[in-house]
Design a protein. Sequence first.
Length: 509
Amino acid sequence: MTIVFGQRLCANFLIVLLSLLAPPLFATTLTDLPPRIATKLPDWGLKPAQVSIYVRRVDADTPLVFFNPEQPRIPASTIKLVTTIVGLDVLGTNYRWTTQVYTDGNQQGEQLIGNLYIKGFGNPYLSNGEFADLIRGIRNKGISIIRGNILLDNSYLDPPEQARADFDGAGQSAYNALPAALSINRQVTDIHVFNDRGNGKVGIYTDPPLSGVVIDNQAQLINAPCQNRYHHPFVSFIEATPTSAPTVRLTGQFASECGEEVIYSLMLSPEQHAAAAFDALWHDLGGQITGQIRLGMTPRSAKLLHNSQSQPLAVIIRDINKYSNNLMARMLFLTLGNKRFGSPGTLKKSRDAMAAWLTAHRFNWHGFIIDNGSGLSRHTRIAAGDFGELLTWAYRQPWMPELLSSMAIAGIDGTVRKRLRQEPIAERAHLKTGTVRDASCIAGFVLDRNNQRWVVVVMVNADSQKQALGAWQGHAVQHEILRWVYQGAPLNETIKTTVKKNTKTRSTP
């Protein structure tokens, strides 16, 4: 008995001793700015009220830094993390979207006597290659002549009526694409421009090929090195009129020593884009169509002819988070509403689905507003404290590896490939960036030099609508916090007060 008692006494003494030596996680929470940020903030032209910061080790019970945590702020594209986290939890990592082909007719030899229906179910990325495979799938059924119409069915989603140019006037920019249940190549036309050496001129083609779209090539091939003073091709799109077809116009100069360029542009509406691509690809395969290609609804009596599946959600979210694709985030957000409340998917259903998910998971958020799930919005708001709590929760979920792999890696790829390069933190931070007018934010996970992982949220908003916020100002705060966390978030460090002010105002993602 004495020996057993002695063993227990020693064991208990050892436990107490180790608990005294171990650093607390965390004994206190810093509600002020970390010293190195507080001393530099004036040099960056910022006030403390403009900044919210959340820093927490993933295995800690409380955050280490909790500064202005309840102030709802514009998150810009960092809100995509909320969309993808809820998507992973609701849909699962292997969730796939479908695109289905139906017919109301009958096949007679190589002829389909009747209409063909292509119904989209909100695939965020039906690539050019996947759409071509879908068309080959129809052709491989032995059909070469369609004696009827091609009806494109977008009824699965019912997004609000708006124009691509509404957000910032850049209606042909790929980031302004708007949701449609059937979207080919994210609605983008890839315009390839190259030195056609065989013919001694500038070459141009589109991917996907587009029937009915005229290419007006006015560009000059210049025998010169690949330098900006010689090389400046310019692509514009001229919409159709009652007397003319839609036109892609190439002007400017192309230097002979330059390689092939790809220019990405929103030109046609989603249904026009899909129709022109289907017609071109079908005819390329030797097929014929006797009717029209237009919008339409799939009748319940139609028979399924072919089914195409998307990549799994775990793959889809890489473009959403790593490369900040707005359309794909919007489509995922609408899918959440569809999943809970049925089709057609609407923004109201998606917002209600998000609210229901937060309630079910006992997240009581302060002033949270989600508009379209992408961050391309002036109305979306989230508090840094709530954001940080969500990321901490997400890190403990079974799909955490898929979430991390979807995020940009500091100094390596995605929207942070040019940030924090050649610094010790490079490759050790998985981040989501967000930049719109008057807001610059970052959120994600940092692996410090001691191989401890942290949740980090840094949100910087303009002080008022009258005061512009340069992207460099937000980046300055974000980078300093990230460096500090990489070093283990020391609170007793010596502060250097000399700061070289960055005057750049150019925005980056």
